[in-house]
Ligand binder design. Sequence first.
Ligand SMILES: [Zn+2]
Length: 237
Amino acid sequence: MKPTILKSSLRLAAAAALAVAQVASWAADGYVTTNEAKLDAIFSQAGFAAADKIDIRFNSQTSIIDASLTSIDSFAEWDKMAGLAVNFDAPVVNMFFVDKVRWCGDPGTNIVGCADTPGNLMALDSSWAAHASLGGNLLGHELAHNLGLGHVLPNNGSNLMNPTLSTSFALTAAQITTILSSALVQSDAQGKFITIQPIAVLAAAPVPEPSTWAMLLLGGVLLAGATRGRRSGLGQA
Ligand SMILES: [Zn+2]
């Protein structure tokens, strides 16, 4: 069953935000940290009935190369990113790892992640996604937005959906009911699961390994030789 997704949805969640000093860095590559064990813990926590515990599964990492999207600064960039989703029309979450998120409905300087609510698209600050104690909760928070949950306002105890990121990740019974009603939650013989496609956003194509360079140079020399051969052949005719 396909999830109901509005490609240009403006029903964006406000970001999970932390007051941090962001160092300006516009063209750094995004990088993937999946944190699958923490996501499994969040979406199979005690409030989930045994048959409802959700296994989080990751597809193999892929990447896109677009220097304009290593920092998400506007709706136009968000929409462009949406257009590059690998599995937009499938019940698969497209998890983009960027360098910076500077827009989520509104511009901001302390945004660490942004997600369609509901939807199957999110962008994460790679360095925060890799944070030792907060990274898994960031992924879980944005995934819960994709599954239909809004923020708990104001911050309420240890809830995952507090707008400020913490090491806590509790979900209420009502929130779990909403999560389980999402079309992103699928079932097979092993039980319930959600599939995530991790996508690294790169500023430029990766530099080939030295051995690859050598082969490319060799290929270039051979090609040049062939071209000269053809030219001389033409001249002789
Ligand atoms: Zn949020």
